[in-house]
Design a protein around this ligand. Structure first.
Ligand code: FE2
Length: 304
């Protein structure tokens, strides 16, 4: 890791903030350098229509989320609780069939969404510290709605940390199996990413994203470690080079979804790790491909 962080982390706790869009759906929008996270609380009948998104976007419905009817590319699917849907570029419509909360992830190509973000001012400089968000090759069978119920990818008697990774042409998400027990404080994984950001979206439980900002030469610019607890639903946008590890500290079941845009090449190249890898070709690997992540990584976080 070289240099110090270019910006502070964004920590958005949605129920303490005014939504950016409010009608039959309340929507809170938080951006990173290359993406935006839009979390919506919908009433039955709410319609969220998009006219012309240039790239794919993702719809995450948590285990206690609503049923959504999602239309795009001449097809309509019903997205129920505990599912991921990848929406193709172009026009799309989401109609809520029941009440609840869900999340959508857009790339920076959806400029109207990016402009609405509550933290847009933090990214007014365009985030030059990040690697450029190259669009990866189109899916083998062309762009279309792709729907993944998530329950089949959860092992009831499996490890406490069960990553479930999916990707599109423009982003990669790790939809961890919900946690029923708390993380032990002797098994944390403080690490950093050299040239990409991470969004950690939490829709249930209470969480601490431990954050440490690297020192620069100016003592006056040093930033204290951040161990602040966050309510849910909330998202933390973790800047490049900031050391981070996340701990859930609430009661009952808790949910965590990590978001990377563009997709992480180190994860995408691990054979069998990305659950829908058979649907998307890998890009040409750049000649200067080097390690982008360092620190105390868990086995599944290490390059394969
Ligand atoms: Fe990370």
């Amino acid at each position: 890791m070289t240099g110090s962080a270019t910006r502070m982390a964004t920590k958005a706790e949605f129920h303490k903030m005014a939504p950016q869009i409010e009608d039959l759906a309340k929507t809170w929008i938080t951006r990173g350098g290359n993406f935006a996270v839009a979390v919506s609380e919908v009433e039955p009948g709410a319609v969220l229509a998009r006219q012309n998104d240039p790239e794919e976007h993702m719809v995450i419905v948590p285990p206690d989320g609503p049923t959504l009817s999602i239309s795009a590319g001449g097809k309509t699917i019903e997205a129920r609780a505990d599912s991921l849907t990848i929406v193709p570029p172009g026009a799309s419509t989401i109609t809520a069939k029941s009440k609840g909360l869900f999340a959508q992830i857009y790339s920076k190509a959806s400029t109207d969404i990016m402009a609405l973000a509550s933290n847009a001012a933090i990214y007014a400089d365009g985030a030059p510290e990040l690697a450029p968000p190259d669009l990866w090759p189109a899916p083998y069978d062309g762009y279309r709605l792709r729907h993944y119920p998530l329950a089949p990818y959860a092992k009831a008697d499996g490890e406490r940390i069960q990553p479930r990774v999916f990707r599109s042409t423009n982003m990669l998400v790790n939809l961890f199996v919900p946690f029923k027990t708390r993380r032990e404080t002797v098994g944390l994984s403080p690490h950093w990413h050299d040239d990409f950001e991470q969004a950690s979206l939490t829709l249930s439980g209470r969480w601490i994203h431990h954050l440490r900002y690297n020192w620069g030469p100016d003592l006056a610019s040093w930033i204290a470690d951040d161990h602040g607890e966050m309510t849910t639903p909330s998202v933390a946008i973790i800047p490049a080079t900031v050391v981070h590890t996340t701990r859930d500290v609430g009661e009952g079941e808790s949910s965590l979804y990590d978001i990377f845009c563009p997709p992480r090449l180190d994860f995408a190249r691990k054979k069998g790790f990305v659950l829908n890898e058979d649907e998307y070709p890998l890009p040409e690997v750049p000649a200067d491909d080097t390690v982008r992540t360092g620190g105390s990584l868990l086995a599944w976080q290490k390059p394969g």
